[in-house]
Design a protein around this ligand. Structure first.
Ligand code: ADP
Ligand code: ADP
Ligand code: MG
Length: 472
């Protein structure tokens, strides 16, 4: 097993990696930008190294990170999600330096990082894809011809896109023209690759994704699916496992399709195959994420498999120790992304100092957090402060428990998604399992809420007053 792992990430996922390593008895080395000097993961790692310059560059500097890993004798690097996690060149440089990249091979990363190539592979092995252009489109005429053939609406995507960025739904020729021009420019700036392709826009689908574990000996299993349909601007907000609508038969079929695709890509380590499931029960592959995902926690809760430790185990060359038939899905899990954002203001990011923090607890409640009282949320990174993952025996129990946990959650000083999430847990369609990717747009009343004072706020205020008094 590895002796020391360099964590090439920040925030809650850095904490998640550190926790997995601790249980394995592996030492951890964190990297941090100056703007992250007070972050909790920096304190929790065994070692921590400043990388720069600026708030972001150090987390993306392949040469600097690999050089550091060699100097401190780390034998592996975990890239987390975002940043360098899907960068084939990074995986390659690690391997050249004799350091294990905890993820798939550079070849698999290069293939799956390109949505056009991934689509082609899916088609080749008989996994259904959304009707789309064959390859990227180089001219407006080509795009117009496709739209004429399949009819609007159509979604314009960047081949190298991710994180909900680079997606544009178009309903007219004029919108298409605009999306092609702006999209290509933006994709080039954001991903270093301006290639675009088009897909038929599926109305009101569920986003269903399968979690895979694949070892380096050709053995691949799935850990069931997640329903990530609760999204804003094509970005996930709430994730659920298992899906409320998959039959065991469809689960087996889609799981098999996911494994087929991963096998064809020579994929190993942990990855997720994403599908859309339309209202008629047809499923379509959209992409594969060859890395740990934000929402892996819901799968961990219902399967009791530690996906992070599985990643480390697989990277060390060990064979998977459980088979497909040993994976049982127990109850339901819901993850709420507690973001520093104001839902009533277009989910605008909110930064600042956290003046009170008390996380919920009790049966079935898991917190993957990155913040504490008096921590100042820097404005440079994604807005995820903590993930609340709740596990219950039934769907109803899980929804009620999630509501109770959100009610307990005290996080003051920045705007958060907590009150908005509570509204969702109270909403009849959600409670009845009636939702798809258009859910938030169709429920504008979710945005009507007051940020109420909780009794816990009073406890926090009182203890602050007592502390101040005692300090006199
Ligand atoms: P990203 O790489 O940004 O995650 P995806 O291709 O996975 O992009 O799509 C993100 C989300 O956008 C999906 O979960 C879904 O809500 C929506 N989406 C993507 N493709 C389509 C499509 N063809 N039809 C309808 N919705 C889509
Ligand atoms: P998940 O699929 O795990 O839910 P998200 O799509 O929300 O993950 O993305 C997780 C993180 O990775 C976010 O910070 C997102 O901005 C970032 N990310 C994902 N794909 C890319 C990409 N191709 N380029 C840049 N950032 C990305
Ligand atoms: Mg996706």
């Amino acid at each position: 097993m590895f002796r020391k792992i360099l964590v090439a990430n920040r925030g809650e996922i850095a904490m998640r990696i550190i926790r997995a390593c601790r249980e394995f008895g592996i030492a951890t080395a964190a990297i941090y930008a100056e703007s992250d000097a007070t972050a909790i993961y920096v304190k929790k790692a065994n070692e921590a190294y400043l990388v720069g310059p600026g708030p972001v560059q150090g987390y993306l500097d392949i040469e600097q990170i690999v050089r550091l890993a060699k100097r401190i004798q780390a034998d592996a690097i975990h890239p987390g999600y975002g940043f360098l996690s899907e960068n084939a060149q990074f995986a390659e440089e690690c391997s050249k330096a004799g350091i294990t990249f905890i993820g798939p091979s550079p070849e698999a990363l290069a293939l799956l990082g390109d949505k056009v190539k991934a689509r082609e592979l899916a088609q080749k092995v008989g996994v259904p894809v959304v009707p789309g252009t064959s390859g990227s489109v180089s001219s407006l005429d080509e795009a117009l011809a496709f739209c004429q053939r399949v009819g609007y609406p159509v979604i314009v995507k960047a081949s190298a896109g991710g994180g909900g960025r680079g997606l544009r739904v178009v309903r007219t020729d004029a919108e298409l023209r605009e999306a092609m021009e702006a999209g290509s420019r933006e994709a080039l700036a954001a991903f270093g690759d301006g290639n675009l392709f088009l897909e038929k826009y599926i109305e009101r689908p569920h986003h269903i994704e399968f979690q895979l574990l694949a070892d380096q000996h050709g053995y691949i299993i799935h850990l069931g699916e997640r329903d990530c349909s609760i999204q804003r601007r094509h970005q996930k907000l709430i994730e659920i496992a298992p899906s409320l609508i998959l039959t065991p038969r469809l689960r087996a079929e889609m799981g098999e399709a996911a494994i087929t695709l991963a096998r064809a890509a020579n994929f190993y380590n942990a990855g997720t195959v994403e599908f859309l499931l339309d209202p008629d029960g047809r499923y379509y592959f959209i992409e594969m994420n060859p890395r740990i995902q934000v929402e892996h926690t819901v799968t961990e809760q219902i399967t009791a498999v530690d996906i992070l430790q599985s990643q480390i185990w697989i990277a060390a060359g060990r064979p998977l120790v459980f088979g497909q038939h040993e994976i049982a899905l127990q109850g339901y899990a819901i993850q709420c992304r507690i973001n520093a954002e104001d839902p009533r203001n277009g989910f605008r990011p909110s930064s600042g100092k956290i003046t009170a923090y008390l996380s919920p607890g009790g049966i079935g409640v898991r917190i993957d957090g990155a913040v504490y009282k008096d921590y100042t949320v820097p404005p440079y990174y994604d807005a995820l402060l903590a993930k609340l993952t709740v596990h219950g025996r039934t769907w109803d129990e899980t929804v009620r428990r999630t509501h109770r946990s959100l009610e307990e959650f005290v996080l003051r000083g920045v705007k958060t998604t907590i009150p908005f999430m509570m509204k969702i847990m109270e909403e009849p369609d959600f409670k009845a399992g009636r939702f798809d990717t258009a859910y938030l747009d169709r429920h504008p009343s979710l945005y009507d809420y007051e940020e109420v004072m909780q009794p816990e706020d009073l406890v926090v205020a009182l203890s602050a007053a007592i502390a101040a008094y005692e300090g006199l």
